[in-house]
Design a protein around this ligand. Structure first.
Ligand SMILES: Cc1cc2nc3c(=O)[nH]c(=O)nc-3n(C[C@H](O)[C@H](O)[C@H](O)COP(=O)(O)OP(=O)(O)OC[C@H]3O[C@@H](n4cnc5c(N)ncnc54)[C@H](O)[C@@H]3O)c2cc1C
Length: 586
């Protein structure tokens, strides 16, 4: 079985041809001279260091050699040290923290390469990066000085401690208490579950970002504050002191990402410090969660890419039956010649490359927003739940299709393709389940602002259609794109009209609505990629003709789902609410 090969050519296509990032982000130095060696180095590290640990890590999982201690699988620690030494942990961090201040559009696509090679391993530094962003946005000067350079270098890790046994989606129910001390610190007591990297053996210290309640806090989400709780206490210069009473009680045994520790964390009067304002913890944590949502969309893309690669290689090798009318020669044909296998591979290719384009575009909006472009910030807010939920749903579908390409061999662990489905399956669940993302999109991002953000996206798409209207070759795609955008506008208006009088409407239609939005975004990306392909007609590089052909497949075979989604949405809440569902009825 061939090893993981990073999709460097496609990433270059997006950065240089589609988005022209060096023009879009002047001063960031994203010339090919900078981008190419970074992508090549990421490809080498992923191929040589972490991809070889993917299967063994899955087989071994994490273990607890002694109470409170977690051991990651063999090789993880050494790989992490190499990763830190090569400077990958600090790629997106600010220069004053020892980082390289690379734009997210590059950093995010490099993260895809690492995730595709080994999602469980990559989730350790991924979580630290999210903690860095949260502390950079919300920490005071002392906290930033202490924690940011250490997280940027990879010396210390970060975690996100929200979930409790009775408080998952509904964080307003959380009970962890923070009692103030005379010296300005707090003692935290409570239990957090499912904490990724809550304990590990990769770093000398772990900085937990914990949501908890002050004694006089109101109930619900308004009473939640954010605290930083280090595993080892430290002096003002970061020298480690005694162990803080925050310990790992157990680790979960999971379907996927088995090499990433998922910990029950017990806070037994653990010393912590307030981050940001009291009572504003959830808003502070949302900085981290929004970033993490893009991050998990990126890891979903990595899993789709890795599974697709395996399926493609297998379909070229495996010989069964005769393809088409009569086939060729005496022997059986490679299964890639069968139309249905081609269809399965093309579904994967179209979702993988379309999602990568969407993620690259969203990451560019992130960078533009950081430079003060308010509209880019609005675009990013709109597409973040789409990147998280649409891309992770596609990842589950595509990794399952990759298994289908392998036939029964895909079900056998030895071929390695089933791990991608098991690993990808967590992504629709964590960082806000996909159903919640859909309600965030429809309820908060679309209806609550009167459709303003959606109109911005509609204007972007209409502007592109107008700009390309002279292109004879693109005309059919532009017409379908325009009609999908119109369908989205129509269903949005229908929902907006009825939502106030039907309290079940948003919940009933949010998931098909998000999928419809995902298709409109992907159709826009595929039409843009096809436009680049046409502009480069005659080039010897096959990537351009390949984009045109794949765009045609996407428009012919996948985008039509928009029509059935619209029908589902038009049916409203009645079919969902009418059936009496009860366990006791069965
Ligand atoms: C491997 C793994 C790693 C994790 N890592 C972390 C971590 O690092 N830090 C952390 O804090 N947490 C972490 N989590 C927790 C994760 O974020 C939660 O599991 C997730 O938020 C969902 O919460 P829940 O499991 O309690 O499900 P529930 O909230 O009980 O939801 C169950 C189902 O009901 C639906 N639902 C719930 N409420 C509503 C509603 N109001 N409207 C409509 N539908 C609703 C959900 O969409 C879901 O389908 C992790 C979980 C796992 C499995």
């Amino acid at each position: 079985m061939t090893g993981y090969a990073a999709p460097v050519r496609d990433i270059r296509f997006l950065l240089c041809d589609l988005l022209d990032v060096s023009q879009q982000l002047p001063g960031a130095d994203l010339s090919s001279d900078i981008i190419d060696p970074i992508l090549e180095a990421a490809a080498t590290f992923s191929r040589e260091v972490i991809s070889p640990l993917n299967r063994s890590g899955d087989e071994a999982g994490c273990s607890m050699p002694a109470p409170g201690e977690v051991r990651t699988p063999a090789g993880f620690r050494e790989a992490y040290q190499q990763y830190c030494e090569a400077g990958w942990t600090s790629m997106g961090c600010a220069t004053e923290d020892g980082g390289q201040d690379m734009p997210f559009v590059l950093h995010g696509l490099v993260a895809e390469i690492f995730s595709g090679a080994n999602m469980a391993w990559t989730s350790y530094p991924g979580m630290s990066n999210a903690a860095y962003i949260c502390l950079a946005a919300n920490g005071d000067a002392q906290q930033r000085k202490l924690y940011l350079p250490r997280i940027a270098s990879g010396q210390w890790a970060g975690t996100m401690c929200l979930t409790e046994p009775h408080a998952g989606t509904d964080l307003g129910l959380l009970r962890t208490r923070a009692v103030p001390n005379m010296n300005g610190s707090f003692d935290l007591t409570g239990t957090k579950i499912f904490i990724s990297g809550g304990e590990q053996d990769l770093t000398e210290n772990i900085v937990h970002l914990v949501l908890a309640r002050l004694p006089d806090a109101p109930s619900g989400t308004k009473g939640i504050s954010l605290f930083v709780v280090p595993k080892f206490l430290h002096d003002d210069d970061g020298h480690l002191l005694e162990r803080n009473p925050v310990t790992c009680g157990s680790i979960e045994h999971k379907m996927g990402i088995r090499a990433n520790s998922t910990c029950t964390m017990n806070f037994d009067g653990a010393r912590g410090w307030l981050v940001g304002e009291a009572g504003k913890g959830l808003a502070a944590m949302f900085v981290m969660m929004n970033h993490a949502r893009l991050g998990v969309g990126i890891s979903a893309l990595g899993q789709m890419q890795a599974a697709y690669q395996k399926a493609l290689a297998y379909a070229e090798e495996r010989r069964q039956g005769r393809a088409g009318a009569g086939g060729l020669g005496a022997g059986p044909d490679a299964i890639i010649r069968h139309a249905d296998v081609r269809r399965m591979l093309l579904v994967q290719k179209a979702y993988v490359e379309g999602s990568r384009a969407l993620i690259a575009w969203a990451s560019l909006q992130h960078d533009l927003a950081h430079r003060g472009d308010a509209e880019a910030g609005e675009r990013l807010a709109l597409v973040t739940p789409i990147v998280k939920a649409f891309v992770s749903d596609c990842a589950v579908e595509c990794t399952s299709l990759a298994i289908q390409v392998f036939g029964g061999h895909g079900f056998i662990r030895e071929t390695g393709v089933e791990q991608h489905l098991r690993d990808a399956r967590i992504i629709p669940l964590y960082e806000g389940a996909n159903g919640i993302q859909a309600m965030d999109l429809l309820g908060r991002k679309v209806l609550m602002d009167g459709g303003e953000r959606l109109r911005l996206l509609a204007r972007d798409i209409a502007g592109f259609i107008e700009q390309e209207s002279g292109s004879e070759q693109l005309r059919p795609l532009l017409s379908e794109l325009g009609s999908a955008a119109k369908t989205l506008d129509m269903v949005t208006r229908q929902i907006a009209k009825s939502a106030a009088s039907d309290p079940d409407l948003v919940g009933s239609v949010a998931v098909p609505y998000l999928r419809l939005c995902g298709h409109v975004c992907l159709a826009w990306m595929w039409a843009r990629m096809a436009a680049v392909g046409h502009a480069k007609a005659g080039s010897e590089d096959p990537v351009y003709a390949d984009k045109i052909a794949t765009a045609r497949f996407y428009f012919a075979c996948l985008l039509p789902e928009v029509r059935s989604l619209a029908v589902q949405i038009e049916a409203g809440s009645a079919p969902v609410i009418a059936v009496a569902l009860s366990h006791s009825n069965h």
